[in-house]
Design a binder for this molecule. Structure first.
Ligand SMILES: C=CC1=C(C)c2cc3[nH]c(cc4nc(cc5[nH]c(cc1n2)c(C)c5CCC(=O)O)C(CCC(=O)O)=C4C)c(C)c3C=C
Ligand code: FE2
Ligand code: FE2
Length: 385
């Protein structure tokens, strides 16, 4: 309410005064909006380093003797994953899309929240360049004094956003960013702008079916799975992904039958199910031959959409006689970029409540990782000891 009043106020401002405000604040140190994500190899050659960083992360994959096992597993897995990145065009597009999203977001944010302008986007990836340490050096060189850590995972998991925040905390506490006041946007899986962007992409896919067939199409929301050991320690990811799905279906007026299923499990342990591939087989058995696959837990294209969904599952569906469409990832969607700016502006307006959401302070009840607790206390104090 307050935000929408404020938005209409700034947008009715004469353009001249708005651009003057930007010029006058041009000499101010920028407010950094640090976009956190896992990253991906931009070229096939970077695949090994990406996997090495990923398997070395104890927040994502806790391994015994991690320092010794991670290089062995990464080396063994590299040829298979290199082939997949080669088949999707020679690398992951995540950096390109994150840069487009970041640039678009700050342009809007300067108008939505001129008090903290200019805003500058930074990217801090966990397993690919630019890594957090490089971003820290750049922010220090830019004289940043105020920063928002903005996760690009809509739903919170200790193994994704939690891992990024732990890395930011370790480097922040070591002084690598200089003297920065931090606040955190840690989840936004039911934000109306995000929901609208997903819903519009689903509607575009539905429009590919003849009107008489549309209501029969099954919407198969597919999210990266999570090991049951993580789910069982109280990780909120599964619940938050379910909330995103329910909210999208509310927005669509429950026009279609739908299910939430899980993809991309790695290794032999138990993971959250049912698996996307199994679900397709089950739908074929039920005679449901029209499906739209909807990626719901990641906002740009990556190996899981471009390889697993578009190549592997599409082939499987064809063999099962299913007509399959894939709802586009959010990528450079203007509706989504506007949502990112709104989320950041709402955060800046509501910051009086505290530098993090109330949810962040409540770590997974079963989590015994000391860094998670220290990180939450540190961010809760604005990044001060
Ligand atoms: C919300 C998204 C994701 C969650 C949750 C997640 C958890 C998770 N992932 C692994 C292991 C791997 N993930 C890998 C790649 C990968 N993971 C995600 C997203 C989530 N992971 C993405 C988008 C990607 C691809 C990156 C890109 O292409 O840009 C990989 C590497 C690929 C492979 O070897 O298969 C591994 C390994 C675990 C163990 C986990 C939960 C604890
Ligand atoms: Fe993953
Ligand atoms: Fe944790």
């Amino acid at each position: 309410m307050i935000l929408s009043r404020f938005t209409s106020l700034t947008s009715s401002f004469p353009k001249y005064f708005r651009s003057l405000a930007t010029v006058q604040s041009g000499s101010k140190s920028p407010t950094a909006v640090v976009m956190l994500n896992m990253g991906g190899p931009s070229t096939v050659e970077e695949t090994h380093n990406f996997l090495l960083n990923l398997f070395s992360d104890g927040d994502l994959i806790p391994l015994p003797f991690q320092r010794y096992l991670a290089p062995i597993i990464a080396k063994r897995r590299t040829p298979k994953i290199e082939k997949q990145y080669a088949e999707i065009g020679g690398g992951s597009p995540i950096l390109r899309y994150t840069q487009i999203q970041g640039e678009g977001m700050v342009k809007l944010l300067d108008e939505l929240h001129p008090e903290t302008a200019p805003h500058k986007p930074y990217v801090a990836f966990r397993y690919a360049r630019p890594l957090t340490e490089e971003t820290a050096r750049q922010m220090k060189a830019d004289g940043v004094k105020r920063a928002i850590a903005f996760t690009q995972y809509p739903q919170y998991s200790c193994s994704t956003t939690g891992s990024s925040l732990n890395e930011l905390y370790r480097r922040g506490r070591a002084g690598e960013f200089g003297d920065v006041e931090w606040s955190v946007i840690d989840r936004w899986g039911t934000h109306p702008g995000f929901i609208e962007a997903v819903a519009q992409n689903i509607e575009a896919s539905l429009a590919k079916y003849p009107p008489s067939e549309r209501s029969e199409v099954v919407l198969l929301f597919s999210a990266h799975s999570l090991p049951m050991s993580v789910v069982n320690r109280g990780d909120p990811y599964v619940l938050e992904v379910s909330a995103s799905v329910s909210t999208v279906m509310d927005r669509l007026g429950h026009s279609n039958p739908y299910r939430l299923v899980w993809q991309s499990q790695v290794g032999p342990s138990a993971w959250m199910g049912m698996q996307t591939g199994e679900a397709l087989k089950g739908l074929a058995r039920l005679g449901r031959k029209k499906v739209i696959l909807v990626p719901i837990a990641f906002t740009s294209d990556h190996i899981e959409t471009l390889y697993e969904l578009d190549l592997e599952y599409a082939e499987e569906a064809r063999e099962l006689g299913i007509r399959i469409e894939r709802s586009e990832s959010l990528n450079d969607s203007p509706v989504f970029i506007r949502a990112l700016a709104d989320i950041a502006a709402e955060h800046l307006n509501q910051k009086k409540v505290g530098p993090t959401s109330l949810q962040l302070g409540l770590r997974c009840p079963g989590c015994t990782n000391a860094t998670c607790g220290q990180q939450k206390a540190w961010f809760g104090n604005g990044g001060r000891a």
